[in-house]
Design a protein around this ligand. Structure first.
Ligand SMILES: Nc1ncnc2c1ncn2[C@@H]1O[C@H](COP(=O)(O)OP(=O)(O)OP(=O)(O)O)[C@@H](O)[C@H]1O
Length: 215
């Protein structure tokens, strides 16, 4: 059967190990993330949260172990992977000459969203960027740029969201909104892995907490 089974994990990780020189950051990690489930990665600075997320998304190659998305080895270049996987990391990359609304139009169109204008309008309004729709990324505040990065996740179909400290630079209301939105997405069937230093967000969103600082 070609379509992924609902009972199978969206993400399956086995024996994942990552090293930088002599430093072993991730050591033989196993993880299953079924649909409709959120996993939070917690732990102090340097405990390996971003390293793990980079390996999960194919941004970095692990030293050992396997990462499967919907039962197939994760290949970040494959169309199926790009359709399923929505990622926000620390590095916010935008086209300097495309406005907020043009970025979201582009992402929604590239992912085959049916009614691009309706989807973009909904996300702009929900994430609080309607008034900035015509602005270029360079003219946004740092929190607004972060909102734009998150909006690129919410404007497209996704089976798995991988988010590195999504609360970064958001104001209090923004973090509260984000918690509700992520939890609603997960309840609707998405899988989520996110790193966070915000205990309230972790409590609000996560089904499972993985403490990378615990030995
Ligand atoms: N490219 C690299 N080369 C060498 N060491 C690295 C590299 N990337 C990360 N590290 C090291 O790996 C360890 C884990 O870093 P990582 O960024 O994954 O931590 P983190 O848990 O995400 O931290 P933070 O909470 O500060 O975001 C750190 O000791 C870091 O110095």
């Amino acid at each position: 059967m070609d379509s992924p089974s609902v009972s199978e994990p969206v993400l399956r990780v086995r024996g994942l190990t990552q090293r930088y020189g002599d430093l072993t950051v991730i050591d033989g990690l196993d993880l299953d993330v079924p649909p409709g489930t959120a996993v939070a990665l917690v732990g102090p600075n340097g405990s390996g949260k971003s390293t793990l997320l980079r390996c999960l998304t194919g941004l970095d190659s692990a030293a050992a172990g396997t990462v499967e998305l919907d039962g197939r080895p994760l290949d970040e270049r494959a169309v199926a992977t790009r359709r399923a996987l929505a990622v926000v990391t620390d590095d916010l990359d935008f086209f300097p000459d495309l406005s907020v609304v043009e970025h979201l139009d582009l992402v929604a169109s590239a992912h085959g969203v049916d009614d691009v204008h309706a989807a973009v309008d909904e996300v702009l309004s929900a994430i609080g960027l309607s008034a900035q729709a015509g602005q270029l990324p360079g003219t946004l505040s740092s929190g607004q740029r972060r909102r734009l990065a998150l909006a690129t996740v919410f404007v497209r179909p996704r089976r798995l969201m991988v988010l590195d400290e999504p609360e970064q630079r958001l104001d209090t209301d923004g973090v509260a909104w984000l918690g509700d939105r992520l939890r609603a997405d997960v309840d609707a069937g998405a899988a989520l892995v996110f790193a966070s230093h915000d205990p309230d967000l972790v409590e609000r969103v996560a089904d499972t907490v993985l403490d990378l600082g615990a030995s």
